[in-house]
Design a protein around this ligand. Sequence first.
Ligand SMILES: Nc1ncnc2c1ncn2[C@@H]1O[C@H](COP(=O)(O)OP(=O)(O)OP(=O)(O)O)[C@@H](O)[C@H]1O
Ligand SMILES: [Mg+2]
Length: 616
Amino acid sequence: MTDTQSEQAIIDGRPGAGAALLTTLREDGARRAKSRDVRNLSNLLPFMMAHWAYGVGAFFFLVISVGATLGVTGAAKSVVDEGFLAGGDAQLNWAFIGLGAVALTLAVSTAFRFYFITRLGERVVADVRKALYSHILTLDPAFFLKTRTGEVLSRMTTDITLIETLVSSSISIALRNAFMLVGATIMLAHVSWKLTLFVMLLGPLVILPMFIIGRRVRKLSTQAQDSFAEAVGYAGESLDALETVQAFGREKYATNRFGAAVEYAFGRSMARIHARATMTLLVMSLIFGGVTLILWVGARAVVAGDMTAGTLLQFVILSVMAASSVGMLGETWGDVQKASGAMQRISELLASEPNIAAPALPVVLPEPSRGEVSFENVTFAYPGRPDLPALKGLTLNVKPGETVALVGPSGAGKSTVFRLLLRFYDPQSGTIRLDGVDLKQADPGAVRRRLALVAQDSSLFSGSAMDNIRFGREEATDAEILAAAAQAEAHGFISALPEGYASAVGERAKTLSGGQKQRLAIARALVREAPILLLDEATSALDAENERLVQKALDEAMDGRTTLVIAHRLATVLRADRIVVMDDGRVVEEGTHEQLVAKGGLYAKLAGLQFAANAA
Ligand SMILES: Nc1ncnc2c1ncn2[C@@H]1O[C@H](COP(=O)(O)OP(=O)(O)OP(=O)(O)O)[C@@H](O)[C@H]1O
Ligand SMILES: [Mg+2]
């Protein structure tokens, strides 16, 4: 499967299991882009400062636990020197009491450090998640035309998990190891500066090859995972379409293609295994060689009486601690860069300003609403297609209480009229007014409160039938919801569901038929009790009988409301006060059904085709 194919499948809204799998694999944390510029992480500070007390707590216990860890080495030294070698019973007891006390301090402070730092991490992540989601909800559709929903979701999930790793573990690991390194080095120098100098010369010799080979191993393992992801993605896609593969007799081709991808992944893995084996050989020889060398030099010093046995033990433990700190710091650096890349993407999202926002001093819409809509010479092109306007100088006036039908060929710009009225976009030129107020000067929230929409492909949500209708107006009572459902001819089928109104309808209401979904969407719009009703192909999925019933209910609802109806089936718009015919982003004709038929223009042609077909 090529990237473009799978991405196209996702854009088309038919993500096959294979395509979905590939996306999941590709957007896995390990493959999100890193950033070397760790300044991105400063955007995390406000979130962390909000819970500074946890940070201070964590820091406090971190310092104690590092102190205790280093202290253990001192205690070990006294156990050997004062206990074993000096031989006194009481001294031995005291040395062990000291060791026990230091170990206990270490245990307690480590537990508290873990508690505070993890709690801080979880809290910060929860806050970032909430801030991100509520910010995303304010963005307008134009944003989602340029950013894939999948990418936005990755930022909310994978990227935030990277931040979580950073805050609740990497930062603390890094700080602990930095302190350890500094502390251990100071103590080393204190214990024996000669040996320390020796270790410092030896250190880079051990660490450098580890870094170089380690980087190569990581790169190879990402490559192996990538090519394996590719193979699995292809397997998934061909399994999704197994019937197609078999119908065309392409099993052999698919096997070869999958086989080649698997072999490639195997090759990459082999390279990684070689590098890893070499690294193990090198690292172990170097580390043990180094330790042996220090022990040798140290042991000679002990024999010569320059140093006690306990001091040598302490020295060896300290140098192992210092070396492992350097190693851990190297490991966490990768996490820091990953988190920095993640924070860059998250901040970019948080910083993206909606194009549509309320002005500082929004003009208040007149109360009560008159239900008056006007489009004045409106020209509008979608952000992705600046050269192909969807509306070209459209002028349309809808009087209070009027029912206006918008008809016209597919792509004429009918749904676009609704989108502009809902102010999902602003036109490039011309003015749109609601109750006499220019939409650009009003608060979009206030504008939308006056509109009830039944969209062409109405989205419903997981939850009960009741929840879905109440989505129209949060404060609606159960009785109002039942009434709206009855009006939308939805009461019958909802009552027949296993748990009636409480029945879960599934994600995107996928357990309902197309016509049932439409009636639920109509009930949702009716319960809103908004002065202006926008119906975009609201009854297109209904059979003739149900459409007649719903139409009757809608006629009642349209009484005393301004209504804009879009319909392809002209039979549904016959009763409109006025029919506006659109073509190619313009109004080309308007009038009643009879007037338009008599005129013999585009409408007469459309009507002729439809009613002739019906008559036949
Ligand atoms: N998000 C978008 N980005 C770019 N172009 C768009 C977008 N949505 C619609 N268009 C284009 O704008 C034009 C008008 O679309 P619109 O949805 O208003 O048509 P319509 O009259 O409602 O058609 P239909 O009857 O098929 O629903 C079409 O050419 C369409 O391709
Ligand atoms: Mg449409």
